[in-house]
Ligand binder design. Structure first.
Ligand SMILES: [Mg+2]
Length: 270
């Protein structure tokens, strides 16, 4: 659903007015909390990886004296492929980043103890960890409106705390109690169980918003979430579980919610 396709007058209403629409929707649905994934839902984390992998790939090219054995796309494929059985997308964990980089280095025939390789790895970590991610359009406005509507926003993310807070600092809207970091080794549903416990909320009081269908949407729906908003980023069509709504980008979330709200926005114009 695109914002552009919706009635502009409707969209141009004030945050206060739109919050009434969100509140109506939340009360009808019986939810108090929006659970939000962070990486590639609120901010563009994949871009950090693409850039870092490109640097790493260039370093590999330099280290191997230009005798490149992997095209960049191949390198990315390797990056994703090493953990394909375990995780669907890029994983944000230093040990996994190191391990994946070593596997790729091996493919290049670079000795694991090579100082150049260590430097390339350090550079890769620096690129990923110290670059501020781009926050997606309308994240701030949506979170503001949720707050005004009395809907709690909580973040669950598979990443270490220090890096999570580096990214969240850019958004600057969350306190420690509102964020739960999951270990990459935790089973999919266990992650969100941990989140619900920390936030003191039941699954049926939540909606889930995330880009990872298997790890955000499915487990939370199984835990009772009333709606799942899958941020698809143009991914292939798939059969969706009952209660799941596909949106392309985060900016489509508010229109998707408001279009389901029983609230009559026209009444707020008079
Ligand atoms: Mg994600």
């Amino acid at each position: 659903m695109q914002k552009e396709k919706l009635d502009c007058t409707w969209w141009e209403l004030s945050n206060e007015t739109l919050a009434v629409g969100v509140k109506t929707w939340a009360v009808d649905l019986g939810v108090t909390t929006a659970l939000l994934d962070l990486d590639d839902t609120l901010c563009d984390t994949s871009a950090l990886f693409w850039n870092a992998i490109e640097d790493y790939w260039r370093n590999m090219e330099r280290i191997t004296g230009g005798k490149q054995r992997l095209a960049f796309e191949e390198c990315v494929k390797w990056w994703k492929g090493v953990f394909a059985g375990m995780r669907e997308v890029f994983v944000v964990h230093p040990s996994i980043t190191d391990y994946t980089a070593y596997v790729i280095a091996k493919e290049y025939g670079v000795r694991l103890g090579s100082r150049d390789l260590v430097e390339a790895l350090e550079q890769l970590q620096i690129d990923i960890y110290y670059t501020e991610p781009t926050i997606y359009e309308d994240v701030d406005r949506t979170l503001r409106i949720f707050k005004q509507a009395g809907l709690d926003s909580r973040v669950g993310t598979i990443a270490l705390e220090p890096w999570t807070w580096r990214k969240l600092k850019v958004i600057d809207r969350f306190s420690e109690e509102e964020v739960c970091c999951f270990e990459v080794t935790e089973p999919k549903q266990g992650q969100w169980v941990k989140g619900l416990r920390k936030f003191g909320v039941a699954g049926h009081e939540c909606v889930i918003v995330g880009d990872n269908y298997e790890e955000d949407i499915v487990p939370m729906l199984e835990l009772g979430a009333r709606r799942g908003y899958w941020v698809a980023h143009g991914r292939e069509e798939r059969r969706l579980m009952l209660g799941v709504i596909r949106i392309e980008e985060f900016k489509d979330l508010l229109p998707a919610i408001l279009s389901q709200s029983q609230w009559d926005w026209r009444s707020s114009l008079v």
